[in-house]
Design a protein around this ligand. Sequence first.
Ligand SMILES: [Zn+2]
Length: 482
Amino acid sequence: MATFILQDATGIGSDDLDPARGFIDMAIIANDTGLGMADPTAGKQRLVYARTGNGPPRLRLDAMINTAFSPNYGSGANNVDTIVVAGLKSLVLDDGTPMADNGTALPPKSSGLPGASLNPTEQCLVIYDTQLAICVARDGSGGVLDLPVSPPVALYHEFSHAFRIVNNTLLALTVACDPSSPEERAAIIDENDLRTDLASRAGTSPTLRDPGIHCGRLASDGEECCCIIATLVSRSPRSQQVQKLRCARDHFVRGTEVGHAFFDHFFRDYYAFSPQACTLMAGDQSLRHQLLEGFVEPLLDFWNMMVERGRCVMGSTQLGAAFIALHADRGHAEQRRAALQRTSAYWESGAGQSAEAPAQLMALLRERAWPSPYMQWALVAPVRLMHALLTRYLAGADAPAIGRAFTEALDAWAPEVPISTLWAGLPAAQVRRELGFCERALLQTTKSKTRFRQRLGERFPDITAVAGVLGRLQTIHKGDTW
Ligand SMILES: [Zn+2]
């Protein structure tokens, strides 16, 4: 006994199964005529496999289908089968858990392993949505969530967890998705075996998932999980800058609840328009070039400078010198300013002004991107700021003058970072810690810190923990460092 496809979900969840799709997904994984199904018995159908091919996915299926597993979770060895629950999007488990766009491998009820309490049976359940459409982090992209997960890939990923469940070799699991837990890392590495196998069948080179990141997001209708920034940059020599941006994210987020909340919100708003924007840009070479030069490159430069500044506190003149170093090539600097000028014409004037900005793209940005304070703060304001500084620099300003203008602009911009409601739920000690982090990483100057503390106080006047921390700080020393 070993692996089955469930035909009847009674006792597990709603009657929203598609066992035929489950077998098709399994057949895609195997790509081997040796895979078949026995007649259904007791609401499930057993898989049979006489392997004719090699490679990791086939060897794994062979092991799962043709081994009688008897793990001992502490109360004696017991036979454990793996039951594939191939759901439709509407599948809901009996405890109310929806399975739409999800997959999970549940250890037997009495195994005591993580997730066991959700399993009403003594078998290992592999549950997945046969219609799922999610996007995950592409390896080498610096955490860009633009790699699609197809249902067979999702099934194979869950099979990897199941393999360690029935062998009683499950690794550590954590809730956080970045970095991924040892168990998720192992499943992603296995998942990449299938991606490699699928690509080699198609005669292409594989695009792999980043084993270090388990985060994912929903793909919208018909979307190919696309990030405009990564797409524009991926074929340019600056693709390593996206990698650096990943470091920027790590720097600003590391160990903080508020940082995580910020990026959750940011990505939700970003991916509300990025995929469609990619579609609109596809094939329009001049628009792609314009957006790369007049938006993405200045944006990456800005954020890389912010990371540097967060690492080692940079004085105003140093900041000016860093800006000038980025624009040392005058011809290129002039070109960039012209591109920034065109970009700013796009968003100042809406569609009018330029035939280079397609009306549909402008409508998309107006509707979905600009109304988001996260997009305004993280994507729009920095590019405007870079534009203004570049104009000054090209008019002859030196490093100290650029540095002063830069510092002043940062003092106006940084403390306006969108404030998450998460602050309201933090105990005082954590408010203090999170605030300390924001001030070191982002705010830095007394002016910035004071303004941010003021906004925080105004936003949560009735939250004792926030008010208490801010009050205490005020009595110590206004704008004090930590
Ligand atoms: Zn997983």
